[in-house]
Design a protein around this ligand. Sequence first.
Ligand SMILES: [Zn+2]
Length: 323
Amino acid sequence: MTDRSPTDSSWPLTTLPWQRESWLRLQRAVASDSLAHALLLSGGAGIGKTHFSCALAGLLLCHQADATGACGHCRSCQLLQAGSHSDLLHMVPEPGSRVIKIDQVRTLIDFANQTSGLGPRKVMLINPAEALNLNAANALLKCLEEPAAGTHLLLVSHASSRLPATIRSRCQLLTLPAPAPEQTRSWLDQMTGDATTSAALLEMTGNRPTAALHLHHSEGLQQQQALQQGLDALAGGAISAIQFPQLVAELELAEVLGLLAGRLQTAIKAAVQDQPGDLRQHFLLLDELLRLQRAVLHGGNPNRQLTIENCAAELARVLGAGQ
Ligand SMILES: [Zn+2]
């Protein structure tokens, strides 16, 4: 049972280059059947935690996994890639919602208590775990305190400090590493085939590899074009800062801040080339946007609507003042 695929149409079965050490540790634990029942996979946003958790689910469910991971060919791997594996529950917020609700967790508890269909294990993946609302988190405790045999619970979170301590303390924590900038660039270059495109994508996404790859996909690029038009409208006064949050309703707050910072950087570059004037306000705002983005990426949780409105209003003011 899969609510939606993680980042792509096919389910990733291998991990990313910078995750090798973490992967080997877990692979050894799976091989010796000593993996903790509940695992909390944490780390910064956009570094590939979802990718890693999918590969781990594949490893747990594969019928003929070896030292490198899931085989990619057995019935289990095929069903996983088709998005129809009956021993997997991938729980994400329902469409149009930002939270995981108690009814979803009740479904998960039922799922945990059913007999597995294909192999000895079942996997429940909750992503992002900080989306669990309080009632849902409380209901999940039952699953953590009395785990059903053969079940594995994988919680993915870039803001694990927002999870209740009762949940965190019952999970084994694995913090996934962020890639070094050169690892990010060379990996993304292989995906895009073009170093200039990779550099632009990384700038727009605050150096987050999987967010950059998502943007590279056509859907992401079309969305990007629409957003750029929205930013132009904001900078030109055609829409107000209060209207702006609706245009970016689908994006994570960190991505919105990255977009606003990117628009400001473009304006700064143009101003430096054309007629350098007083750009102090531009740089002050740029610093503030990047500071806010870093805070959000490290688990900060400011009011989304207010933050976007305030930042959009400041951007419109600074760009208007520069004209
Ligand atoms: Zn397999």
